[in-house]
Structure formats: structure tokens, C-alpha cells
Design a protein around this ligand. Structure first.
Ligand code: SF4
Length: 179
């Protein structure tokens, strides 16, 4: 896997101050995509063990709430292995850090169903998934953490426990301590 960018102090893609990893490669090709250069799986730099080590170090300060995965597409089948390896290391060393992910795939139809591979371990590490492609006709700049109205903020642990999609709400997330 290649990655396009890493931000060590991101306040736009999830609550609090976060580290953001923008992976390379996306097959959705949404018109109006915010990061078209990252559609190419060969864009950017190789995602090596040293890069993972540096992300773990960026996550260590107390003021960093967690990691956000964006792209590109962090759920493309060829990107899943390296991302899961990173998440496994984070959860082993810093289980208190929250994990958010943005995907153009749908939580229920594509990810939970197994259509794009067995994502059970991947999902077990996620707190919130923002799912669905960016739809230009449904673009709404007033939405928090989303680009278009079709996209959903999903509380992943609650959804897995309930066996159906449970939406994450800001107040609910704060109340439940979802970081
Ligand atoms: S899923 Fe995201 S990265 Fe991929 S084309 Fe759509 S907006 Fe761009």
C-alpha cells in the first residue's frame, strides 16, 4: 500500500486533535472528489513499518484523541491488510485512542456483508465509520465531518452489537465517551 499524506495535528476529520492517514488508491471515482490525486494506488509513498512507527509516535501525546483513516479508500481490498496491521498495533499499545474511518463503501451492504473481504477484525478496531460515496448533488458544507447528505456517521461498536446500523450523534458520542 502507498499513502498520500499524514497529518499529525488534524482538527477537521473527527473530534478533538487527531492524526490523519490518507491512503492511496480509490476505485469509487466520485465526481467532485476532494482528493483526486489519491485515486492512483501508486500515488505517494510506500507505507512501510517505519511509517507505522512514526504514526504511533504521533499518536502518543495525551492531546491526540486518535487516528482517522481517509483516502483514497482505506477499505479497498488491497489496502485492508496494512491498515489492519496498523490498527492492531495502535490498539495493543494505546487502546484509549479512538479510530475513525471514512469510506466510499457502505457499512451494511459492502463491508459487513463481506462483499469486499472479511472486515471483521478491521471493524473491531473502529469507533466511527463515515460511509458512502461523496455525491456532488447532495453536497452540504454545513455538515459536520461529512461532505454530502447521503453519508452516515455510524457508531460501529453499537452497530455490531445491535446487528443494524446505529448512527453516531455528537451528543451521544460525547455522552458515551466516544472520543
Ligand atoms: S470515495 Fe472518497 S477518495 Fe474515493 S473518489 Fe469518493 S470522495 Fe474521492
Amino acid at each position: 500500500m502507498n499513502y498520500a499524506t499524514i497529518k499529525n495535528c488534524d482538527i477537521a476529520n473527527g473530534p478533538g486533535v487527531r492524526v490523519s492517514l490518507f491512503v492511496s488508491g480509490c476505485t469509487h471515482r466520485c465526481p467532485g472528489c476532494f482528493n483526486e490525486v489519491a485515486w492512483d494506488f501508486d500515488y505517494g509513498e510506500p507505507f512501510t513499518e517505519a511509517v507505522m512507527d512514526s504514526i504511533l509516535e504521533m499518536l502518543r501525546p495525551d492531546y491526540i484523541r486518535g487516528l482517522t483513516l481517509l483516502g483514497g479508500e482505506p477499505f479497498e481490498p488491497q489496502n485492508q491488510g496494512p491498515v489492519v496491521e496498523l490498527l492492531r498495533r495502535i490498539k495493543e499499545e494505546m487502546p484509549e485512542k479512538s479510530i475513525w474511518a471514512f469510506s466510499g463503501y457502505l457499512f451494511d451492504q459492502d463491508i459487513l456483508s463481506g462483499r469486499i473481504g472479511d472486515c471483521r477484525e478491521y471493524l473491531s478496531y473502529l469507533d466511527v465509520l463515515v460511509d458512502g460515496p461523496f455525491v456532488l448533488a447532495k453536497k452540504n458544507l454545513s455538515l459536520r465531518f461529512r461532505g454530502s447528505e447521503n453519508q452516515r456517521l455510524i457508531d460501529v461498536p453499537a452497530s455490531l452489537a445491535a446487528g443494524e446500523v446505529v448512527l453516531w450523534e455528537d451528543w451521544q458520542g460525547e455522552k458515551k465517551g466516544i472520543k
